[in-house]
Design a protein around this ligand. Sequence first.
Ligand code: DGT
Ligand code: CA
Ligand code: CA
Ligand code: ZN
Length: 592
Amino acid sequence: MATNQECALAFAAIADLLEITGANAFKVNAYRKAARVCEDESSDLGKLARETPKQLREIEGIGESTAAKIVELETTGRVAELESLRAQIPAGLPLLLTLAGLGPKTVKLLWDEAKVTSLAELKSAIDSGALASIPRMGGKTIANLREAVVARESAAAGPTRYRLGEAIPLAQSILKRLADANGSIRVAFAGSARRGRETVGDLDLIVATTDPTAARAAFLNGPNIAKVLAQGDTKCAVQLASGIQVDLRIVTEAVFGATLLYFTGSKDHNIFLRERAIEREMRLNEYGLFRNPRGWPEGKELPLVAATTEESIYAALDLPCWPPELRETYTSDFTQAVPRLISLADIRAELHAHTTASDGVMSIRELAELAKSRGFHTIAVTDHSKASAQANGLSVERLLRHIEAIREAEVQVGGIRILAGSEVDILADGRLDYDDATLAALDIVVASPHTALKQSPEAATTRLLAAIRHPLVHILGHPTGRIILGREGLAPDMQAICTAAAQCQTALEINCHWSRLDLRDSHVRAALSFGCLIAIDCDIHSAEDADNLQYGITTARRGGLIPDHCVNAWTADALHAWLGRKRSGVRLPRDT
Ligand code: DGT
Ligand code: CA
Ligand code: CA
Ligand code: ZN
């Protein structure tokens, strides 16, 4: 039940609080080390705690007391020492730790010397000049503090959004606690996270249970919860240490579907459904779909039509059950049928992955074993090209040796096709970073923009078109180079891009990393309307990156992608035929 991340968070929180209370440095450091070790540990600590607790002690950095706390967290869901530390200090202090540049030492100093115990008190202490008299508080430190407080206040004023892949893992441990709680029947994400939006404002969870008290306790008591915002019988809300808010609805199994439907949204989709209900003399709300005949006596209970599952509600409204990813806008596109959208299980190949040869952390063999463990028939090794010097891009000589190593690994590993490829830089003017003879020696070429990401839309269009039309390029990698909540990236003419990509059978990538999701959902929709091929790739640098596939899939689904248009969903024969076709029209240097 306790995840490694939860253990790490608990130890980090203990270390912070110990430091604030002035505990000795040795003890503080032991907890900090334990937090790091838990974070990096590859085996499941909760499972060890349950099955073979003695083995916890064998992990370097886990001692007797930290091992006992992992067992405690696993068996009780709490760590008593953490709770008693929290009880010893003012409730507002832990929040101060989340201010930029404010560590436990300074928080302790502020508390001891200026009696600061909350954000508001810190602000007035700065404004009144009270901090200036504190030893070790220089003008620069105070200026930094002021900036951090201002940043926090403006963040609180504006709508802070979180990237999907950052937010979801934070709530997964809560969802698990809810699922494991007594009486729990069903748990689910709702809201924008379930619809797979690239950013979320908050997270929404729903639990169906016969024991609401146990569900509430499971939700409110966890190591990563900074603050309880609401704790009612059916609605609870918390703020996590990272600042993100999590809302929970506690319901009975009988109305789970209606509540899930309502809180999945979007608001526009809810309006669409409600109006459809009204047209049919029905009423839809978070408790169910009810018959509401004309002339029904005021105040008399409406007869229930459906509430337990979303499917039954859609069916009663004469609609196919819309996948959450399509519930984004007010649209009646899918009143007759919904497309068979691509799903995780359809993916059979990864075509964008890095090894230690450039900036990845896995060897070719490790990568291949990872892909095999996912049931893939093909993995492409696509390390960076020479222009990406910061990513240790390969010179032509190194690339040729790498191809040999890939061929050897394919024989040694067996049972999976390992393609020799490259993620070749598309230079600012559209030329590729390797010459044609070099590219022709590869099985697969992913061409990506990495630099000059602020060039004009016209220059970007010319640049990307050159790569798409290059006969040796199979896939255009992260086409715009945008970073969500970070940088805009290129803004090419998508119609021109899609027209050329469809014509040349060059696939456009959906890069699955949650900071990229590039192509974005709207681009996927546009690309499909032009008949483009789409690749969904994790751009693997380390094993965890493979888990980002889910975010690429939801992005693809939001764009309406069906498996036929996704090269990663094809059979090995179909995929390799497409890759080969891209080679057949080209005169290779050795033929001339
Ligand atoms: P977010 O959190 O900003 O990323 O977006 P959502 O869609 O998760 O929005 P949120 O958390 O405010 O509410 C979750 C869902 O609950 C929303 O998608 C639809 C439903 N909902 C919330 N408030 C209303 C409302 O006032 N009217 C209707 N029709 N639905 C609502
Ligand atoms: Ca939400
Ligand atoms: Ca919400
Ligand atoms: Zn790249």
